[in-house]
Design a protein around this ligand. Sequence first.
Ligand code: SAM
Length: 270
Amino acid sequence: MTLDDATLEAPLAVPTMLQPAERRLYLWLARDWAQGAGAIVDLGCFVGGSTALLAEGVRQAGRDGLIHAYDAFQISEELKERYLYAHGVDSFEGEDMLPIARELLEPWGDMVALHPGRIETHEWTGGPIEILALDASKTAETMDQMAAIFFPHLIPGRSVIVQQDFLHWKQPWVAVQMARMPDHFRPLARAPRDSVAFLCTAEVDAAALEAGRCAGLSDAEMRADLTALRKRMRGLGVGKLLRELDEAVALNPGRRGAAGMTVRPAGSER
Ligand SMILES: C[S@@+](CC[C@H](N)C(=O)[O-])C[C@H]1O[C@@H](n2cnc3c(N)ncnc32)[C@H](O)[C@@H]1O
């Protein structure tokens, strides 16, 4: 099946922060990679742009299945202006974007289950997970907590995770986490700007989660992990951006939250 503009038309009516290549990756994973072996989970769905792409993929494949979408569903005036009103969403009062997300996702009806609240306070009881999209790893601590909740349910040899912020200099811990679990996640593909998809290659047990924990790492440990990762990912065209992550750690010592990463690496275009 193709992945042309017509294929993407319905989900693109839902505002998204994803870039064109990332949109195609999400739809393709849900439609052409997934086999219905487990759930599809979207962590950090905003108003549902990524969720719509995943649901549309399942629909185009003619499968049944639920997309579980998680978010705090709180929005600032600045983000409303930039991502909603600029795309034709009517203006609304207050910070709660859950009603808008419900409305925008109506075309996919009961294919979508929305889970409002802080993701790290949820439990996962939905069985194996086949596709896991992560776009809410804004601090090292919450990323570790989300990994502990969802990673143990991945299916070795079948599940794909999309690390949406893998190459973003404000969240270097995302790449460090993958660097620390080399036997469990193998890089598969990059979708510019920042997404990298990984195949889960081994069951993520307690020892693997412990090895992958990032919140307590020193800057030196993070930088050593990023250097090792650069060697492992040679040939995938991400060397410059991985060097940026390393520089970002050096320029923002001790910072483990995206909001605190204020000093941009010199060469960064973002
Ligand atoms: C970059 S946006 C996601 C973009 C989205 N995937 C799309 O298609 O447009 C990140 C989202 O993660 C959510 N988020 C970040 N940390 C969170 C947390 N700990 N719990 C719940 N939501 C969180 C934010 O509310 C925000 O909507």
